[in-house]
Write a protein that binds this ligand. Structure first.
Ligand code: AMP
Length: 481
């Protein structure tokens, strides 16, 4: 047995599960797992501040699977999650690891056939994972009985509240045994979550990695200022420069998402969308295609992307700035996971720049301003200096190359960034995970410029001026919500 497996064993996880973990390449407990597993195994109530990407799902699943008695045909553990995707992810993990112990898992998730779930419930699966609305519906029709449930987990408790699930949670807690074990996990511990914990938990163990600390450690936070009409082009340059394998692009409003998708595809950036009301099959297909690398940019709203676990996600772009610092933390938390480096880039107008300063203050993490000049990412002062140097040499040269106008991508490979402030793309050493994960280096984008002429000049052929695809798509949007 290797040292790493002993660590999970030292936390009280049995041989069957440590072997299953090893099969999936999980050897060393993450900090939250090391902290949360022992008290959960003891049956204590636990209030954990944690984001996705810290190993939070297994921090409760592993000890709870250990606590389940597979001989008893009863639903012993109930996990409540805010969204269908997160619930499905938890079901998958439950099935994966539960199988090693003969434990059955059921998903009681909105959007899927209730009849099938009711049928499966008759077999009394040991572990049930569900979304608040469907769980309450099954409880009120007495299809779901909670009198044997010994543990209730609220995963992403803050989101459950934000999405209006407070009443559902209250009914579920009322229907359960009085001396049940409670485990709450939440990225932020706002008054709702704290209040519920105070009312319902008994002497809870606090477990927490401050999200701020996680943000500081693992993710670099940058913002680029541009004019409103240049947002998509700035996004294009950010993607071209950092060259991530995959990135999530956040927008605030679902009704413009199809337009953003169409514009990005028009620029050759392979984008697809995920929004709140897409049907379950479409969403599952989009996500699995994104995970397997079939396309590069996932354009999503906050609700749609909640809790998503996309392994190896290197870049999160806020095409619209997050509505508050909590949302910022949630979005940025998609990257920089499990010890890997991540990058969070906000694209803002000059009127929105103050939001970045506010988030920096509230999160205690500096979100640094950067500017793009000649395809190189620079400190804004440095970009200004270079711009004025060029302008003074040749007034016409600088005109089309302001920080707020498209840079010339072909110049990137030739330009020598200043050692002080130039940023490098996410390849080579930058691409390598902090945990020493493999560094998948792809050819730099300049080698394969989509839609650019041989000299790398800005491509604006006449046909683009006519009726671009996104405009046509806008006339018949894909039912944005
Ligand atoms: P979560 O925070 O639950 O969303 O987990 C994020 C990802 O990390 C998932 O893909 C897990 O399978 C993975 N993971 C969980 N625990 C560990 C660990 N101890 N070591 C490596 N990967 C892990």
């Amino acid at each position: 047995m290797t040292k790493e497996i002993e660590q999970f064993a030292q936390l009280g996880i049995g041989e069957a599960l440590t072997a299953a973990l090893l099969e999936y390449g999980i050897e060393t407990p993450s900090p939250i797992q090391a902290e949360a597993i022992p008290p959960i195994l003891e049956g204590r109530d636990v209030l954990a501040q944690s984001q996705t990407g810290t190993g939070k799902t297994l921090c409760y699943l592993l000890p709870l699977l250990e606590r389940i008695d597979p001989e008893k045909k009863e639903t012993q553990v109930l996990v409540i999650a805010p969204t269908q995707e997160l619930a499905m992810q938890i079901v998958r993990e439950g099935e994966k690891y539960g199988a090693a112990l003969g434990i059955g898992t059921i998903g009681l998730i909105g959007g899927a056939s209730a009849a099938r779930q009711i049928e499966k419930l008759r077999q009394r699966p040991h572990l049930a994972v569900g979304t608040p609305g469907r769980l309450r519906e099954l409880l009120s029709t007495r299809k779901l009985k909670l009198h044997e449930v010994r543990t209730i987990v609220l995963d992403e408790a803050d989101q459950i509240f934000q999405m209006g699930g407070a009443d559902d949670v209250r009914s579920l807690l009322k229907g359960a045994l009085r001396d049940r074990q409670l485990v709450f996990l939440s990225a932020t511990l706002g008054p709702d979550v704290r209040g519920l914990a105070q009312r319902e938990m008994r002497d809870p163990v606090d477990v927490g990695i401050e999200p701020e600390q996680k943000l500081v450690k693992l993710t670099q936070h940058l913002y680029f200022e541009c004019q409103q009409r240049d947002r998509i082009d700035t996004l294009r340059r950010v993607v071209r420069h950092y060259n991530p394998e995959r990135a999530i692009v956040f927008v605030n409003q679902a009704d413009t998402i199809a337009e953003v998708e169409a514009k990005l595809n028009h620029l050759g950036l392979e984008a697809r969308t995920l929004y709140g009301d897409s049907d379950k099959v479409t969403r599952a297909t989009v996500l699995s295609q994104f995970r397997s690398g079939k396309f590069r940019l996932l354009v999503a709203t906050d609700v749609a992307a909640r809790g998503l676990d996309i392994p190896g996600l290197e870049l999160v772009v806020h095409l619209d700035p997050a509505t508050d610092s909590e949302h910022y933390v949630h979005r940025a938390g998609r990257t920089g996971r499990m010890g890997r480096k991540g990058l969070s880039v906000s694209i803002v107008t000059d009127r929105q720049a103050f939001i970045m300063r506010r988030f920096s203050r509230e999160l205690g993490t500096e979100i640094q301003e950067r500017a793009m000049y000649d395809g190189v990412v620079l400190d804004p002062a440095e970009a200004d200096e270079r711009r004025s140097r060029r302008t003074s040499k040749s007034p016409s040269a600088g005109r089309s190359d302001s920080a707020k106008a498209p840079a010339k991508p072909a110049a990137r490979s030739g330009a020598a960034p200043s050692a002080r402030s130039a940023e490098t793309p996410l390849d080579g050493a930058e691409r390598q995970g902090a945990d020493g994960g493999p560094a998948a280096v792809r050819p730099k984008p300049a080698a394969k410029p989509a839609g650019r002429g041989p000299k790398g000049g800005k491509k604006q052929p006449n046909k683009d001026k006519g009726a671009p695809k996104w405009l046509k798509d806008k006339r018949s949007p894909q039912d944005p919500s």
